[in-house]
Design a protein around this ligand. Structure first.
Ligand code: SF4
Ligand code: SF4
Length: 322
């Protein structure tokens, strides 16, 4: 299906990653357009749209060019502050049992048709999400189970040692490597000091050569994929069925810790079959987004000026109208 052939006039707003400007996609395959709309730097990768300036494309490719990288952790502790750590179900249970706080970051990707075979980026997104409906619009729900803390991690000792080093989450073991295969590892984006990038080979020509890190990344990707239905199930157990539009923001649910722990334990003990009947509702801080979603059959509304205590809206764009 093509955007220009939609039953209703359809224009999908995406962001040009090169200029930072918004672009309006009014033609071409719907799947490419919604995936461009749903790309999240660092989580879901950008999508190329034909017509982009060739010079800009070359600049983009230059920016994501991956050099050979060495890495050896200096133990500086920079990466253990002000974080949301994506955890597996078992890690989340352990985190809560240690008294930590967890959040559920929810987003929904419009998914009107299945992408063409061979679309690796779409397949990556598909594998980490679950099918659902928002009104009459097919969507995919993507949830991150995140340990959240401001300041130092509750497990970080004053001398910057990790207090749960042997049991630390997978993401902590993998850092600074990237888990998403479409995101290049850029040292400037990491908290590691320059001396950390000098010694042991980590990757060559963009390929991880450190065996331990390589296997941890594979393990993390498998868990992320296998547990996608469980993460959605946790939301539904807790009565949470609202999500932000992917790439526009996150709806951050912060359920009471005991209730979340009980739901996680129930689901781990007895995973249910996938529920695709629950209606999901988009929440946005932008009128044009809500109007576009409603025009293609989705249900959604603007975030309330005083959101419910149980969730926060974290938008990547200013509210409109402001
Ligand atoms: S669990 Fe350990 S390694 Fe992970 S952020 Fe906390 S202190 Fe750092
Ligand atoms: S910021 Fe980098 S060097 Fe510092 S503790 Fe974290 S992984 Fe190690």
């Amino acid at each position: 299906m093509h955007v220009e052939r939609a039953a209703l006039p359809l224009h999908i707003v995406a962001t040009d990653v090169l200029s930072g400007n918004e672009i309006v996609i009014s033609s071409g395959p719907v799947v490419d357009a919604v995936l461009a709309r749903a790309a999240i730097p660092g989580v879901f990768s950008p999508v190329r749209i034909d017509g982009a300036n060739q010079a800009q494309r070359r600049l983009f490719e230059e920016r994501i060019r991956v050099d050979d990288l060495n890495f050896e952790c200096t133990g500086c502790g920079n990466c253990c502050h002000d974080l949301r750590l994506a955890l597996t179900v078992t890690e989340a249970i352990d985190w809560l049992q240690r008294g930590g706080q967890m959040e559920l970051l929810c987003e929904a990707i419009p998914w009107p048709v299945e992408p063409e075979p061979g679309n690796a980026q779409a397949e990556y997104k598909r594998a980490r999400s679950t099918p659902a409906m928002s009104g009459t619009l097919p969507v995919r729900i993507s949830i991150i189970l995140a340990a959240a803390f401001t300041g130092a991690c509750p497990n970080l000792h004053a001398d910057m040692r990790c207090g749960i080093y042997e049991q630390r989450p997978l993401v902590c073991r993998i850092y600074p490597a990237e888990i998403n295969p479409f995101v290049a590892l850029v040292p400037e984006n990491k908290g590691c000091p320059s001396e950390a990038w000098q010694k042991t080979p980590l990757q060559r020509q963009g390929v991880l050569v450190d065996e331990t890190t390589y296997h941890l990344v594979q393990q993390s990707r498998r868990a992320n994929q296998l547990e996608a239905p469980l993460r959605t199930q946790i939301c539904l157990e807790l009565g949470l069925n609202s999500a932000a539009l992917a790439n526009e923001g996150f709806l951050i649910h912060a359920p009471e810790s005991d209730a979340l722990l009980a739901a996680l334990q129930r689901i781990q003990a007895a995973p249910a079959s996938q529920d695709t009947t629950t209606e999901w509702v988009f929440v946005s801080n932008r009128t044009e987004t809500v109007e576009t979603l409603l025009s293609v059959g989705a249900t959604g509304h603007l975030v309330a000026p005083t959101p419910a205590d149980t969730f926060r809206y974290h938008g990547f764009f200013p509210s409109s109208p402001s």
